[in-house]
Design a protein around this ligand. Structure first.
Ligand code: G6P
Length: 614
């Protein structure tokens, strides 16, 4: 979950790393730290608890000077957030300094073995075990690469590390073991970068190489080499990342989340561009690599995902089942393995993950593959682990998403699943040409509809001003909008810390209706579709019990306006695509409520953007 940056070149490492960490603070904000090798050949470290700003203050009163360094933002797993538990960690004799992402599962045993050998620990972290081990190997005469390798082979769990030693003053060493987040090497001109996430170094280079699991890289300012854990050198592949560096900065917006909400029309255009031919009514996603024979052989689909991506998957189930007539189960990745899923070679498992590094989703993906399933993924971060282990990929094309609470990746993943359903429907012969043409024509409307919803931002702000003091919210919807009620509730919870529940509206009478009173707002998604009249009666029932109803309705709908207390109007949208439009006002409502409550929208407490621990 932590953010990692490394630099070696001719610039002052402190500034490059600090700028990189600013782009990565969404990875964790319990503490931050930075180390450089100074001109006197010594390691110098600065660490501060809390947000990066505290580290910046420490560095401005006590700057570091050196052209090679490593930095870290922490999301605490072992050891509470404190200065002594903050990374980077150094070994006992100051010959190695290291930052780490992941969990050393056998750290207790390793720590007691090292304790018996006389190692004094200065922190409660599992990380310190790694650095002490590497240092002991260096002291025993091993070179840096061997010391790292011999340490790594003893670690259990998923771990990514970057380290340096004054014994090798112009080299960084990094390694990746299992799914503990990415390690990317950025190739510059006479300078090199390391990052856990691309936005950290995108302003410097778009030439990147990705470490695979079980690889170690040694990096100097103009060269790098990669080895596997057996010591065999691996050929490094450098690819050009198409992301625009400007898209990873906030610009005129107050928050990344706000910026990303407003980027949705463009992200949707980018999602369709190059894939949908609106004249020929054809959709092609070459990275999916699917044949008609393969599509026809599929008997069942599992969608696995976490958080908002899971709700996106629930919408996807509607798309795939209704368009491609393929049975779909949607599972939380963290629960998937405990379902005893019934999987064989005629199953396809679809992982939805913005980061492509969510540990639970990667573990579930691997399990599905082991059981013989074909693995597809809808993934945003290029080069991520999910992208690499999948048999077929739908790259999201949403651009970098920095706000911890996902927004544009959510809408884009809905559209990707809609396109997937059409492709499958066509190949499986469940979709008539006229139906397919209509579904594709509908798709063309989406970016513009998203733009129209954004134009009403003042309305959402106005509602937020009225409701920001509420302690509880209920979100209800039916059919394809039920997952959107869940997503609306999740957005509100995670950024404003207001308790919120999402519910299928038809289930209200089996419990939640007891909660209704005159202080708890009920957000009812009642846009025009086949379930509209059922939603209207649900709103009536809530009103009959004194509830305060905020209804999401289609422009021109007076019926709902007459019964609800407040109406959020959205433009008329083809019903199957309504989730991608209806979610946007809910994102903005949550955003404005959180801002009004003074919450830290981009970095909500206790959360992290990519959850790389199980
Ligand atoms: C975190 C984020 C959520 C995201 C979830 C799954 O909890 O805060 O916004 O939906 O992880 O992430 P993924 O990268 O797998 O989509």
């Amino acid at each position: 979950m932590c953010g990692i940056v490394g630099y070696v070149g001719s610039r002052q490492a402190q500034q490059v790393i600090l700028n990189g960490l600013k782009r990565l603070e969404y990875r964790g904000y319990d503490s931050a730290g930075l180390a450089v090798i100074e001109k006197n050949g010594e390691i110098a470290v600065r660490r501060a608890v809390g947000k990066l700003l505290n580290l910046e203050r420490t560095l401005s009163s006590s700057p570091l000077s050196g052209n090679i360094g490593i930095g870290h933002t922490r999301w605490a797993t072992h050891g509470k957030p404190s200065q002594r538990n903050a990374h980077p960690h150094t070994g006992m004799s100051g010959r190695v300094v290291l930052v780490h992402n992941g969990i050393v599962e056998n750290y207790t045993e390793l720590r007691s073995e090292l304790g018996v050998e006389g190692v004094d620990f200065t922190s409660e972290t599992d990380t310190e075990v790694i650095v002490q081990m590497v240092e002991r190997y260096l002291e025993a005469g091993y070179d840096l690469q061997t010391a790292m390798r011999d340490t790594l082979v003893q670690l259990k769990g998923a771990n990514a590390v970057v380290a340096m030693s004054p014994d090798y003053p112009d080299q960084l060493i990094c390694a990746k073991l299992g799914n503990a987040g990415g390690i990317t090497v950025g190739v510059g001109k006479d300078e090199m970068f390391i990052a856990s996430d691309l936005p950290a170094i995108l302003e410097h280079t778009q030439q990147m190489a990705f470490l695979e699991n079980g690889q170690i890289a040694l990096i100097s300012s103009n060269d790098f080499h990669i080895w596997d854990l057996d010591g065999a050198e691996v050929e490094a592949e450098v690819v050009t990342i198409p992301w625009d560096p400007i898209s990873a900065v906030k610009g005129e917006y107050k928050h990344f989340m706000q910026k990303e909400i407003f980027e949705q029309p463009q992200a949707l255009i980018d999602t369709l561009r190059g894939r949908v031919d609106f004249d020929l009514h054809e959709i092609s996603i070459p990275e999916l690599d699917i044949t008609s024979e393969r599509a026809r052989s599929i008997r069942r689909m599992y969608i696995i995902a976490c958080g908002s991506s899971y709700y996106a998957g629930q919408v996807g189930k509607y798309f795939v089942e209704s368009i491609a007539r393929l049975p779909v189960d949607v599972a939380y990745s963290s629960e998937f393995r405990y379902y005893h899923p019934i999987i064989d070679e005629n199953t396809v498992t679809l992982a939805i993950t913005q980061s492509g590094e969510t540990a639970d989703t990667l573990a579930a993906s691997e399990q599905a593959k082991e059981q013989g399933s074909q693995l597809w993924s809808i993934v945003n971060v290029i080069g991520s682990q999910s992208m690499r282990i999948s048999d077929g990929v739908i790259p999201m094309q949403a651009g970098p998403e920095i706000g911890v609470a996902t927004t544009k990746a959510f809408t884009v993943s809905l559209i990707n699943q809609y396109m997937l359903a059409i492709i499958l429907g066509q190949l499986r012969g469940t979709l008539s040409p006229s139906h397919k043409n209509r579904l594709i024509d509908d798709l063309a409307l989406v970016p513009n509809l998203a733009g129209r919803v954004l134009e009403r931002d003042d309305d959402y702000k106005h509602l937020a001003n009225q409701f920001h003091k509420a302690s509880n919210f209920l979100f209800i919807g039916r059919g394809v909008n039920y997952p959107i009620a869940m997503e609306g509730a999740l957005k509100l919870k995670e950024i404003s810390y207001i308790h919120a529940e999402g519910y299928p509206a038809g289930e209200m009478k089996h419990g939640p209706i007891a909660l209704i009173d005159e202080v708890m707002p009920v957000v009812a998604i009642a846009t025009a579709d086949g379930l509209y009249s059922k939603m209207v009666s649900q709103i009536e029932q809530a009103k009959a019990r004194g509830g305060v109803v905020i209804a999401l309705a289609t422009e021109g709908d007076d019926q709902v306006a007459n019964i609800a207390d407040h109406v959020i109007y959205v433009p008329e949208t083809p019903p199957l695509l309504a989730p991608a439009i209806n979610v946007i006002p809910l994102q903005l409502l949550s955003y404005h409520i959180a801002v009004r409550r003074g919450c830290d929208v981009d970095q909500p407490r206790n959360l992290a953007k990519s959850v790389t621990v199980e």
